[in-house]
Ligand binder design. Structure first.
Ligand code: PLP
Length: 462
């Protein structure tokens, strides 16, 4: 027998509670603001579009929130997820660092996203709703929601950005296989869609327009609600199953991370992995044996695209969560809600803001952030695929870059650091992007600073 590579937990170790970092924040989060009244949002304001239980979770400061047994039953399909020691990559890099990654690509949709879509579908079903609407860009969130709604017998109506609908048909077929109805956005099914089509019948669409269409339907129909796949507190909460399992795996190994890396779009996958560790850091103690590591020394690094650099270049202010301006104002790092990022392949990282919880932790100095261009990230993903086999999502390639860089630094210094990467999903539907990389056709887009400045000038004065 060689050395151990995968660390697996039994199914009965699937967490029974989600971890809510709001209990451990040094000061409370700034509340979301109702754009009409300019006052903090009241639960009733959100009731037409979200189930009550999720609204409660959004504002809860309880440290632990029970995971319904029905949701844990579904999690059993792919959870607990494995923690890998990247021994082949360590050898290829000749690093003394210990490189670990948790692997969310084993879920049926192939990413971390069903950790929340399943929970959201469950609460909607429980509260008597019949249908969920949502938007999707490249289709990762849409397919995760289609999977979740199928399991609980709900309808799903998904607005997919028209450009992707035509260019990336496979995610759409996946959604349809799981029973969802998927429409190219702008569509003629909603007022917002028809308005855009009037101006440009061939509009390629945008996430902002697709969100408007999905929310419009949810507001019109009594038993239809809207679902969001990132950014909100309860989405991050549901994702903490990752970090909670991962801590148990490190306990099994007798190790604890020195440095955690993840890619951050809205921030849900990375938050899911690091929040339980960040809680240790905030409380100054861990519930597991940290094998001599001081929790205060833990470093946590967000990895984002240089062309959509929300944490490294954005301003920390109140802004809309969506381009259309339907959502409340959220306090976050933003490039402006009308900012349209360059068309990088990591579609999941093309978001103008970040989850308010993550922005707060960034401000408190609990985390830091770096930004990369797409060629260097695909180079890291290629190195990873050649050593470890798995072809990772273009989003994930951003943290692979930082993780590998740190391992190479350890090679110079001789440090045996424990480096953990959030491996959020596979890239099997993104092979076109890999092809472009292999052919040398990937563009490293500059950050469109003027566009962001213009968009930020429209941010509300609060
Ligand atoms: C959607 C997605 C992301 C980005 O979203 P976050 O909310 O920032 O996690 C990252 N990786 C994968 C594989 C995704 O599908």
């Amino acid at each position: 027998m060689g050395k151990q590579i995968k660390y697996m937990l039994d199914e009965d170790k699937i967490p029974k509670k989600w971890y809510n970092i709001q209990a451990d924040l040094p000061t409370p989060l700034d509340p979301p603001i109702n754009p009409k009244t300019k006052n903090p949002v009241e639960p009733e304001d959100l009731a037409p579009i979200f189930p009550m239980e999720l609204i409660k979770q959004e504002i809860s400061t309880d440290r632990w929130i029970p995971i319904p047994e029905e949701v844990r039953e579904v999690y059993r399909l792919w959870r607990p997820t494995p923690l890998y020691r990247a021994r082949r990559l360590e050898e290829a890099l000749e690093t003394p660092a210990k490189m670990y990654y948790n692997w969310e690509g084993v879920s049926p949709p192939g990413s971390h996203k069903p950790n929340t879509s399943v929970a959201q579908a469950y609460y909607n079903k429980k509260e008597g709703n019949e249908k969920i609407t949502t938007e999707t860009g490249a289709g990762q969130w849409g397919s995760a929601l289609a999977f979740g709604t199928m399991l609980f017998g709900l309808d799903a109506e998904i607005y997919m950005v028209s450009a992707s609908y035509d260019q990336k048909p496979y995610r759409k077929i996946l959604m349809e296989t799981w029973g969802a109805n998927c429409y190219p956005s702008p569509s003629d099914r909603t007022e917002s869609g028809r308005e855009v089509l009037k101006g440009d019948p061939d509009s390629p669409g945008s996430l902002g327009v697709a969100i408007s269409e999905a929310i419009e339907i949810a507001m019109k129909e009594e038993t239809t609600k809207y679902a969001l796949g990132s950014v909100l507190n309860y989405v991050l909460l549901h994702q903490t199953v990752q970090g909670l399992e991962c801590k148990k795996q490190f306990e099994m190994i007798g190790d604890y991370p020195d440095h955690i890396f993840g890619c951050t779009g809205g921030g849900s996958n990375f938050a899911g992995l690091f929040l339980p560790f960040a809680g240790d850091k905030l409380r100054g103690e861990s519930d597991i044996n940290t094998a001599g590591h001081d929790v205060q020394d833990l470093k946590i690094t967000h990895c984002e695209p240089a062309s959509c650099p929300t944490l490294t270049k954005g301003l920390y202010l109140y802004d809309h969560g969506d381009a259309a301006g339907y959502t409340p104002y959220l306090k976050m790092h933003s490039l402006g809600h009308s900012f349209i990022p360059p068309p990088i392949h990591a579609g999941g990282l093309r978001y103008h803001g970040d989850a308010p919880i993550l922005c707060k932790l960034q401000k408190e100095g609990v985390t830091d952030a770096v930004a990369f261009h797409q060629n260097e990230t695909f180079k890291a993903a290629h190195t990873f695929a050649q050593a470890e086999g798995f072809v990772i999502a273009p989003e994930t390639s951003h943290c692979a870059k930082a993780w590998i860089d740190e391992a190479l630094k350890c090679k110079k210094t001789g440090e045996q650091k424990t480096l953990l990467m959030a491996n959020s999903g596979h890239g099997h539907f993104d092979l076109g992007a890999y092809e472009a990389y292999h052919k040398g056709e990937l563009i490293d887009y500059e950050y469109p600073k003027e566009l962001a400045e213009k968009a930020l000038a429209e941010a509300p004065d609060i």
